[in-house]
Design a protein around this ligand. Structure first.
Ligand SMILES: C[S@@+](CC[C@H](N)C(=O)[O-])C[C@H]1O[C@@H](n2cnc3c(N)ncnc32)[C@H](O)[C@@H]1O
Length: 473
């Protein structure tokens, strides 16, 4: 029975069969509406719970969502149980919920602009936004005789946009600490089912790691390099204008499309939090032998385990970024960070101290994070040398650091550099087994939708999942 990710706050998951439609609900729902809503839920998951009255036990809000859940053959839906002082209050709210929505209307210009923007993305389907194909066509095709009013030409806008970008610099993510704290609270309340798809916490990590946009991926430009090149930036602005999107809001979503640039990967905090919640207990110590851009550290903070996060990374900016992240988010007492290559850390210093290890190491030379000599892709010239002197040693450190029976999860994938394939997954499995680890399982991790994160075209082709290898000591 399919159930879709829950992206909203709710009190309890309730069986669809147990829901009781309100007997006085006057709203009728045509089949076409329910089919459209079902498609939206299938695509976006649950973004609003069904409201159930604690007074009567009847549904007050969400009758259409209930019917869509039945159509989708869902077994459970998120529900919110609310107090109503009286039967009248309950009925008033039910009526108001239907009626007040009816009073809004669509701004045609903005709707058309949004739809034209979405149309530019691969795999776009108007129904994901709740529009039938006919409605969609009538919105985006201009009235036959009505001329589009143009006060400012795209050339004028582009000129100003370039000037604005040059004056204000790269549009780094800058989340205020109080907002980051609120986001972490939201993250902490995400149910596991929503964690696999959520990108919550990403911008918060980026706030402390602006240098992520300087890292390069194989033959692509870093986002910053592409930004600093006038010709590329002009192309990007032209692309945004062509797709009728506001500059610079769309900057990150079109990075890979028009700049031939790609962002270095950061691990999604929600996925990390889910794994920490599942495989570590409150107060325990976790180890991250290549901590990267703070995705896992944010995930650990949000897990609420409040033990110790031991993080290792030789990149000076990354180390400083994570120190700052922990300081600003009042987590200093729960970190022990090392600005060193993992293979240089003495196994003695960590022996038997950790209860869970979880990392995403560099994928040999696929991404280039910094020019420091301690980076594994600079230190080791050949993949064989990297395998022996970095990968094997990093696994050995994890093995020594873990207490018996504990797990290590490694996020790694096979890569292709130029025309050469490197079987990093098999190398990791072989290396881990040689040390004494047992391979327990391999899970495939869904990657975020490339369109929205600006991954380059050939990265999209490489597929949307990456393995997580689970080893037991
Ligand atoms: C960004 S993360 C994960 C990247 C991800 N696995 C990928 O390639 O898509 C990789 C981190 O490994 C760090 N790193 C590089 N050399 C290392 C070493 N010798 N020991 C530990 N970490 C290292 C980098 O500084 C970087 O922060």
């Amino acid at each position: 029975m399919p159930n879709y990710p829950v992206q909203c706050a709710y009190d309890k998951m309730v069986g669809v069969r147990d829901l009781m439609p309100h007997p006085k609900n006057p709203n009728r729902h045509p089949k076409s509406q329910i089919e459209l809503l079902a498609k939206v839920i299938k695509r976006h998951g649950w973004r609003a719970p069904i409201t159930i009255s604690k007074l009567s036990g009847f549904m007050v809000r969400g009758h259409a969502r209930h019917l869509a859940a039945e159509l989708l053959k869902c077994t459970k839906v998120p529900a919110d149980f609310q107090e109503y002082a009286s039967e009248e209050e309950e009925l008033e709210d039910l009526m108001a919920d239907n009626q007040v929505q009816e009073l809004s209307f669509l701004d045609n210009e903005q709707t058309a602009e949004n739809l034209r923007f979405l149309k530019g993305f691969e795999g776009f389907d108007p129904e994901f936004s709740g529009f039938s194909t006919d409605d969609f066509e009538s919105f985006i095709s201009p009235e036959p005789k009505q001329e589009q009013k143009i006060i400012y030409t795209n050339e004028e806008i582009a000129k100003q946009a370039l000037r604005w970008f040059r004056k204000n610099g790269f549009p780094y993510k800058k989340v205020a600490i109080h907002v980051a704290m609120q986001k972490i609270n939201r993250l902490a309340n995400l149910p596991d089912s929503a964690c696999l798809y959520s990108t919550l916490g990403y911008s918060e990590a980026d706030t402390f790691h602006p240098h992520r946009f300087e890292a390069t991926t194989e033959k692509h430009f870093s986002p910053l390099e592409a930004f600093n090149d006038d010709r590329k930036l002009k192309n990007a602005i032209a692309f945004m204008l062509k797709h009728n999107s506001l500059v610079p809001d769309a900057y990150f979503s079109m990075l890979g499309r028009s700049l031939n640039s790609a962002e270095a990967y950061n691990f999604r905090p929600a996925v990390a939090m889910m794994l920490y919640r599942k495989y570590a207990s409150p107060g325990e110590t976790v180890l991250d032998t290549s901590m990267g851009y703070g995705g896992r550290l944010i995930g650990y903070i949000a897990s609420g385990l409040n033990g110790l996060y031991i993080g290792i990374d030789p990149c000076s900016k990354t180390y400083a970024g994570n120190m700052k992240l922990a300081k600003h988010l009042c987590f200093e007492k729960h970190i022990e960070l090392y600005k060193q290559p993992a293979e240089d850390i003495s196994t003695k210093s960590l022996k038997g101290r950790c209860n869970f290890a979880f990392t995403s190491p560099p994928y040999f030379a696929k991404e280039h994070y910094s020019d420091e000599k301690t980076q594994s892709d600079i230190r080791y010239k050949t993949a064989e040398e990297w395998r022996e002197k970095f990968l094997a040693k990093m696994l050995a450190l994890q093995y020594e650091a873990l207490t018996p029976g504990c797990l290590s999860v490694v996020n790694i994938k096979d890569i292709k550099i130029g025309s050469k394939m490197f079987p990093l997954v098999q190398w990791t499995i072989n290396g881990a087994k040689k040390i004494g680890f047992k391979l327990k399982k391999i899970e495939q991790l869904m990657l975020p939708t490339p369109n929205l994160t600006g991954l380059a075209k050939d990265q999209k082709k490489e597929g949307r999942t990456e393995p997580l290898l689970f080893f037991e000591k």
